[in-house]
Design a protein around this ligand. Structure first.
Ligand code: G6P
Length: 601
């Protein structure tokens, strides 16, 4: 989703801004732009499409020495992804980049138009620059004009604004969208996530909601309302970590292969000989817990749904799942003895973050399962268990899901222990969870078989991924992977529910991907498959059940625990989606219309 970079310093400003945008590229965007101020003059460039178009546009722009710059990658919300709608947006002498949505932009725009202001874009963002300038004309003071602008806008935002009359200064404001300030040897930086700051700054200041102020060559001033806030610096890692394709065709492919290692990291120091250890949780964290409420979006929601089966089965604790965007507006009944668990790879998903705030406000104890330390969600929750997946670049989530599922399974074991589960049962779970890394290892012959098979699944009028129990959410995840990167219509469905409607679609052009584990509800799955075969649906069975008669089969290894079958099956559906998308010639890592981190609701 939209990304922001700002820089004040003397180190190759254009390159610094473009490098910063490059680090944000994987999050998804459809246009980009930058503005650079030197000696009281601003030059700006924008381009629709990929960052390379902006690189080409700025090829002969080589500002030397000290400069102030802002840059942006845009994921369209208001107005098409055109060059005109790309950021920075300008007034007469000021330029602004913005993430989020200005909810009251229409009345502001109407009022400004009434005063003769001309708008050229369809965006909500453009009002910020014009509003600022209208206050500047009245107040004759950039600082006061910016303060009044921030007071006048509503919605969620991270904003950077530069103005030719306020040289050497970047104004900023943050509410609901992430923004951080970094200081390095080569200058001061602002960014919407850590990625552009890592390697150039040692520490970052994570701005709280309601913060606004300015960064100049001399100082950083942060306010909340009228009060000055003293910045709290947090250390940043020295390097970006593994973010190269390392010989793989796509980041997604690399990340699928990396799952075995990533889950090894997730489990490190969290298992003893016969128990699960979660040092992040205080000993009394679950003392009052009567039930769990899990809340997330996208792939993380699928993890929540799978985990709800584990919590009830292993830990004997009621677990309900919520899609964050629904939860927020349906006036949910919340009980104080319920633990609210949010799951988020990025830690920045707007709906999940707001749901978390709602639960906190209602007095619930909150827990985040998150991949990004210092993210908004990790900072907001009472406790956080980090998934330790490392940076995930592919928009279609893979290793983040695997590590979330591992943490959730660990948590289910942890609560089961506390709830007095039978030692033998716990020992069985511990023995099984230790073997997840090996269940995730991908054999070259398996990958090759999936690649060859993929050519038979490129057409048809739709895909149904079906499964039962924990394999139902996994079926949903398989369908999500496929539609995200192949653009083919796919649905995940509970296998037993097909006969209540979707089976009407069954014919030879309907592809059913049936998840057929051997260790759980095997017979039931067989019946559901028979019902589809009888209606001529083309069926691919993924699992181990030989009796599941199918047109094609991808068998997993012999496993003695449903979760191990779950993880191995997961790698197959991920690779299948990947190979279908590759054959269709799609951009696997940056699929159309999608963003990695969705910071608007
Ligand atoms: C976006 C991503 C998905 C992700 C979802 C939730 O839609 O494209 O891959 O599952 O957001 O993201 P989160 O960071 O909260 O897990």
């Amino acid at each position: 989703m939209c990304g922001i970079v700002g820089y004040i310093g003397a180190s190759a400003v254009k390159k610094t801004l473009l490098d910063g945008l490059k680090e944000l590229e994987y999050r998804g965007y459809d246009s980009a732009g930058l503005a650079v101020m030197q000696n009281g003059r601003i030059e700006a460039f924008k381009a629709a499409g990929k960052l390379n178009n902006l690189v080409n546009k700025t090829a002969s722009f080589e500002p030397k020495g000290f400069a102030v710059g802002i840059a942006h990658t845009r994921w369209a919300t208001h107005g098409k992804p055109t060059e005109i709608n790309a950021h920075p947006h300008r007034g007469e002498r000021s330029y602004v980049v913005h993430n989020g949505i200005i909810e009251n932009y229409q009345p502001i725009k109407a009022e400004l138009i009434g005063k003769g202001v001309k708008f050229i874009s369809q965006t909500d963002t453009e009002v910020i620059a014009h509003l600022y300038e209208s206050f500047l004309a009245k107040l004759k003071d950039p600082f006061k004009a910016f303060e009044t602008t921030v007071q006048s806008i509503e919605g969620a935002y991270a904003i950077l604004l530069i103005d030719e009359t306020a040289q050497e200064t970047i104004f900023f404001a943050k509410k609901g969208s992430p923004l951080q300030i970094g200081e390095g040897e080569s200058g001061r930086y602002l960014a919407s996530s850590d990625a552009p700051l890592i390697g150039v700054c040692e520490s970052a200041i994570y701005l709280e909601d309601g913060s606004w102020g300015y960064v100049s060559e001399r100082e950083i001033k942060i306010f909340i309302g009228k009060n000055i806030v003293s910045p709290q610096k947090k250390p940043l890692p020295a390097t970006q970590g593994a973010a190269q394709k390392e010989g793989f065709r796509f980041f997604m492919e690399k990340e699928i292969y990396e799952q075995t290692k990533a889950v090894g990291e997730t489990l490190a120091s969290r298992l003893t000989a016969n128990s699960a250890r979660l040092d992040e949780l205080s000993a009394d964290f679950f003392d009052e817990a009567a039930s769990l409420r899990l809340c997330a979006c996208g792939t993380s929601y699928n993890a929540a749904l799978s985990a709800s089966y584990l919590f009830e089965r292993l830990a004997k604790i009621e677990a309900r799942c919520e899609i964050a965007s629904e939860f927020r507006y349906r006036d949910p009944v919340l009980r104080k003895n319920e633990i609210f668990i949010v799951i988020s790879q990025s830690g920045e998903t707007a709906d999940t973050l707001e749901a978390l705030k709602m639960a906190k406000k209602a007095g619930l104890k909150t827990l985040a399962i998150c991949n990004v330390d210092n993210s908004s969600i990790a900072r907001e929750a009472d406790a956080t268990i980090l998934t330790r997946a490392g940076i995930e670049k592919g928009v279609a989530s893979t290793k983040a899901f695997a590590t979330q599922m591992t943490v959730l399974w660990l948590l289910a074991i942890y609560i089961a222990q506390r709830n007095g589960a039978d030692e033998e049962a716990i020992a069985k779970e511990i023995g099984a969870i230790r073997r997840v890394p090996s269940a995730l290892a991908i054999k070259p012959e398996r990958h090759e078989r999936i690649r060859r098979l993929s050519k038979r699944y490129l057409h048809g009028h739709g895909f149904f991924f079906i499964g039962r129990d924990i394999f139902y959410p996994l079926a949903m995840e398989g369908a999500l992977k496929l539609k995200e990167i192949s653009y083919l219509h796919a649905e995940g469905y509970p296998a037993g529910e097909m006969k209540h409607g979707p089976i009407a679609l069954a014919d030879a052009e309907l592809f059913t991907i049936a998840l057929t584990p051997k260790t759980i509800l095997k017979e039931k799955m067989r019946s559901n498959i028979e019902e589809l075969i009888a209606r001529d649906s083309t069926l691919l069975a993924i699992g181990g059940d030989e009796a599941a008669y199918a047109d094609d089969r991808l068998d997993i290894d012999e496993r003695d625990h449903p979760m191990l079958e779950f993880f191995e099956t997961m790698t197959i559906i991920q690779l299948l989606a990947l190979e279908i998308a590759v054959r269709l010639g799609n951009d696997v890592d940056m699929p159309r219309n999608l963003a990695k981190s969705v910071t608007v609701e």
